[in-house]
Design a protein around this ligand. Structure first.
Ligand code: F6R
Length: 241
């Protein structure tokens, strides 16, 4: 079930996304949210925080699941995805540590940390709302191609494309960790609702393939065709009809 919303620009995408997430939280104040980092949802998160300040959105009973993390990087490290999520989402929305299920990149036994994460997803019964960005190679979280829909939460090797696209955050390609922990495809695809935010001309081709191409492990995001999916894309990402 696909709902595609094409809006004018990144500003409108961020506002539309924030309005949708805010109204979801009002209706489901105890929801389990799966939250991406990356650049695209940052505008949505800051507008959501503004809505909370203006309208007093209650976030105190939400549970928040981290989507991915670099292997070997602890949450206190500035370069961690947890740190990014903390600055952009948790702190501005007043979400306490106890409400968060982390993917600890610096765990002694990362594989068992991944199993513990999946246990927590099961305990929540499933994710209620996933807020996702679209990888340039069609990855979701760090489920790099090929990834089939049954993949569980696990340690993965980053693809060359992801090493390249993440090098901007690390100063150079050589510094980017080669492995990561990612919520599994099964967790992502079993979310009761998903919002995918996509912005910019450089995502146009991968977005078309995601929504209109064959469903294939070579493009993990294509499995979202079978999910309860809302896509918010700006005109640059979708193109003209
Ligand atoms: C980040 C994540 C990634 C990004 C994707 C798009 O937690 O899971 O899958 O969502 O790489 O990144 P941006 O939004 O920076 O284009």
């Amino acid at each position: 079930m696909l709902d595609l919303m094409v809006v004018e620009d990144y500003e409108a995408l961020s506002q539309k996304g924030a309005d949708m997430v805010a109204s979801y939280i009002v209706r489901h104040p105890t929801a389990a949210l799966l939250v991406a980092t990356g650049n695209t949802p940052m505008g949505l998160y800051s507008k959501l925080a503004a809505l909370r300040t203006q309208n007093g959105l209650d976030t105190s009973d939400l549970r928040v699941f981290q989507l991915d993390e670099y292997l070997g990087i602890g949450g206190e490290d500035d370069r961690s995805l947890y740190g990014w999520m903390a600055k952009s989402f948790l702190a501005p929305l007043g979400i306490a540590d106890g409400q968060v299920v982390r993917l600890p990149g610096d765990a002694d036994d990362p594989q068992s940390a991944c199993r513990a994460y999946d246990e927590q997803v099961r305990a929540a019964s499933s994710i209620d709302l996933a807020i996702l960005g679209l990888g340039p190679n069609g990855h979701l979280g760090f489920n790099e191609p090929p990834a089939d829909p049954t993949c569980t939460t696990r340690v993965v090797a980053l693809s060359e494309e992801s090493i390249e696209s993440n090098s901007v955050y690390w100063g150079s390609r050589a510094r980017v960790p080669r492995e990561a922990l990612t919520a599994g495809m099964d967790t992502i695809l079993n979310a009761k609702a998903t919002i995918l935010v996509v912005s910019g001309r450089q995502k146009r081709e991968v977005l078309r393939r995601t929504l209109q191409g064959p469903v294939t492990p070579q493009l993990p995001a294509s499995y979202l065709q079978r999910a309860h999916l809302t896509v918010i894309a700006d005109r640059d990402a979708w193109g003209e009809e």
